[in-house]
Ligand binder design. Structure first.
Ligand code: PRP
Length: 215
């Protein structure tokens, strides 16, 4: 029997996802060692292996079949636009994609001025402004600490994830509009879905059962 490979988005999501896999009957002890430099961790008995990747790379691994299953945020799935099946909402990692900025940007947003929008998610931002709001904007791609952009004058607003709202608050910014609700999702490679249907369905069913019991 071949291994089923699971790609996990590094960080908070991966930790929560591994807890869930463990409860669902797919534990992976070697992954819990904080000093390990290994990249792939396996459960030999269940023939399942896990690896950590940068979030935007998870849908790529899954589309190409290097991973059968991926665990990643809805934001990344929407931004990457990869050909994968999205099969389950894990219910954790809940946050919102928002347009945020200083109070004075609210008026510019309302009257459809040509805004500068800083974001790690240019496709989501473009879709929101062009297709939903029919507003022309200039999008500036950044790679992190997006809240800095309006504070130092790089952009008028940002399109970014808001979880607790602390980062916005501490930098004098607030939510001006909501783009979409987000949470962690399970994605599946299209070919694996056919060739490993029974094993994939079994894993997804067990994860689903654990989520239901947690609620
Ligand atoms: C995310 C997001 C915000 C922050 C929101 O950044 O981009 O900056 O978390 O969380 P809060 O509403 O609870 O304050 P992340 O920590 O992932 O790092 P990044 O800034 O490098 O993108």
């Amino acid at each position: 029997m071949r291994y089923i490979t699971v790609a996990l988005a590094k960080g908070r999501l991966a930790k929560k996802a591994m807890k869930l896999f463990s409860k669902a009957g797919f534990p992976c002890e070697e992954m819990e060692d904080p000093d390990t430099r290994k990249l792939i961790f396996e459960n030999k008995e269940k023939k399942i292996r896990f690896f950590l990747a940068k979030a935007p790379d998870v849908p790529t691994y899954v589309e190409y079949g290097a991973a059968d299953i991926g665990i990643v945020g809805e934001d990344t799935i929407a931004e990457e636009g990869r050909k994968v099946y999205e099969v389950l909402d894990l219910g954790f990692g809940k946050c919102r994609m928002c347009i945020a900025g200083p109070a004075e940007a609210a008026e510019k947003l309302e009257n459809g001025s040509l805004l500068r929008v800083a974001t790690k998610y240019p496709d989501i931002a473009r879709d929101y402004f062009y297709n939903k709001k029919h507003q022309t904007v200039e999008i500036i791609k950044l790679n992190g600490s997006i809240e800095l952009a309006p504070v130092v004058g790089l952009s008028d607003v940002i399109c970014d994830i808001v979880e607790t709202g602390t980062t916005l608050r501490e930098n004098g910014l607030s939510v001006l509009a909501e783009v979409m609700d987000l949470s962690a999702r399970v994605i599946i490679n299209e070919t694996s879905m056919k060739l490993e249907k029974d094993r994939i369905n079994d894993i997804v069913d067990r994860l689903t059962k654990e989520i239901r019991e947690e609620v």
